[in-house]
Ligand binder design. Structure first.
Ligand SMILES: Nc1ncnc2c1ncn2[C@@H]1O[C@H](COP(=O)(O)OP(=O)(O)OP(=O)(O)O)[C@@H](O)[C@H]1O
Ligand SMILES: [Mg+2]
Length: 467
């Protein structure tokens, strides 16, 4: 039985509506003031509110605002005495379901009540379905059921519904951002934005205006006012990536937001409240940074309410195979290729490799292998050179002619690819520099880099994203 709360200061109207709605088999409660109505609301058993707009003391609009804040799903129908009054329009803006003008037609009121409750029911169902689906999708995405990953997913399930700040630590490429997204998706904030920003990639002034926004003319180039990400993420979560890379000045500003939950736009004077859950990540050891006085201790304690430590891939070798297959399916689909397996020999190389770049490195290796492979199974030949030689690295290259002979051309190719990869890494991806390190001409470096697909799959980490 749906429960309707009638709010009107006139007893005659309350009684009339009560009798009418009870006849329609609703459970009815009545309140003569906004204060009383709010008490009934906080008791929690109201599915619909019908309220007069003008009442002595607090008005129906006050009730509307309060009820939207306390239980946004409960539809509110307003009753007003005058046609198209400003307050009726205002009520719709504030989220009222509809308004009815006195004197009203009883059948009309019944229809509005029915529709409001039906809409509420559908929305509820929809939301439940969506949440279920989303949760499933997210946790499907976090591949791996090694004991270490099991700990991580258990912790996510436990903490997601809370509003606590979470610090996600771990080496590069271990899945920190993925975990942040999973926490958001499994929380009550899932329908609101998840906003991510790399704090290490921007200079202070830019980072500040990205995070907090700015008012018009606050600095050269600020031709219009701009919302900061804390505002964009309102009701949702913000992911502060590489928080260990922030400057001392920035750390003070972040501490203030975390303590006071208020922000001020750059150049602005007004403060506004923010309702955002903070998720932070670092691939540095924050405790060491604190000890070296490069990270504020008070900020560290603010962030480190709950910590999730992401295991390196080498600490969960059982997950290599399922992850590799997961990425195989993903990239085969994207590239439209019929590759369904990984050969035993290739799998051995994958499990032998040390994976300094963790899951991201594995993903890149599989992406590249799928691109190069022409059979229906990933073979050793399509793996990157350093993976092909397992974790043993260059030591695995033969220095003497073994009994069975060697394939010199292939060994040389492998060796070249290995050194080029290493050089690119040291040169931070700058090809001319990498070529120089190897005494190669830029032309020939570029030729082989293309041949080995060394430039594919490089990801831009200096990204500011919102969805
Ligand atoms: N358990 C996992 N299951 C599926 N994919 C994963 C898993 N862990 C990581 N990945 C994938 O690996 C890639 C790297 O993950 P992510 O960006 O979350 O790492 P990170 O820890 O934030 O790295 P960095 O410190 O370099 O920013 C992403 O494409 C992500 O989808
Ligand atoms: Mg990341």
């Amino acid at each position: 039985m749906d429960r309707v709360l009638i709010v009107d200061d006139e007893k005659g109207m309350r009684d009339f509506l009560s009798i009418m709605l009870k006849k329609e088999s609703y459970a009815v409660a009545a309140a003569e003031s906004v204060e009383r109505a709010l008490q009934a609301l906080s008791a929690g058993d109201v599915d619909l509110i019908i309220s007069d707009i003008s009442m002595p003391g607090q008005s129906g609009l006050d009730l509307l605002k309060a009820s939207k804040a306390a239980s946004p799903d409960t539809p509110v129908i307003m009753i007003t005495a005058y046609a198209s009054t400003e307050s009726a329009i205002e009520a719709l803006k504030l989220g009222a379901y509809d308004y009815i003008i006195k004197p009203f037609d009883v059948e009309e009121l019944k229809a509005v009540v029915r529709n409001a409750l039906e809409k509420r029911r559908l929305e509820h169902e929809n939301r439940a379905l969506k949440r279920e689906l989303k949760e499933k999708l997210k946790f499907d995405e976090l591949v791996g059921d090694s004991p270490r990953m099991k700990e991580v997913t258990d912790l996510i399930t436990k903490i997601a519904p809370t509003n606590s700040t979470v610090l996600i630590s771990g080496e590069s490429g271990t899945g920190k951002e993925l975990v942040a997204r999973a926490i958001h998706a499994a929380s009550a904030r899932a329908e609101r934005p998840f906003v991510s920003i790399n704090c290490g990639a921007l200079p202070d002034e830019l980072l500040e205006s990205e995070l907090f926004g700015h008012v018009r003319g606050s600095f050269t180039g600020a031709v219009t006012a701009k919302k900061g990400l804390f505002e964009v993420a309102d009701g949702g979560s913000i992911f502060l990536d590489e928080i260990g890379d922030t400057s001392p000045a920035m750390q003070v500003k972040l501490l203030r937001v975390l303590q006071e939950r208020r922000i001020r736009r750059v150049g602005g004077t007004e403060e506004s409240e923010v309702n955002v859950r903070v998720l932070a990540a670092t691939n540095q050891d924050l405790e060491t940074l604190v000890r070296d006085r490069r990270f504020r201790e008070d900020l560290y304690y603010r962030i480190n309410v709950i910590q999730i430590r992401m295991p390196a891939l080498r600490e969960k070798p059982e997950d290599i195979r399922p992850l590799a297959l997961h990425f195989l399916v993903k990239y085969a689909r994207i590239m439209g290729k019929r590759i369904t397996r990984i050969s035993d020999e290739a799998l051995r190389c994958l499990t032998d490799h040390a994976w300094p770049g963790n899951v991201r490195e594995l993903e890149n290796v599989i992406e590249r292998a799928v691109a190069l492979e022409s059979s229906d199974a990933i073979s050793v030949d399509s793996l990157a050179a350093d993976v092909r030689s397992g974790s043993r690295g260059v030591e695995a290259f033969p220095v003497a002619l073994v009994d069975g002979g060697i394939d010199l051309e292939r060994q040389l190719e492998t060796l070249r690819e290995h050194f080029m990869e290493e050089a690119l890494r040291r040169a931070n991806g700058i090809q001319t520099k990498a070529a120089e390190l190897l005494g190669m001409s830029f032309r020939s470096f570029r030729y082989f880099a293309k041949k080995y697909h060394l430039l594919d799959g490089r990801r831009d980490s200096s990204r500011v994203a919102a969805n």
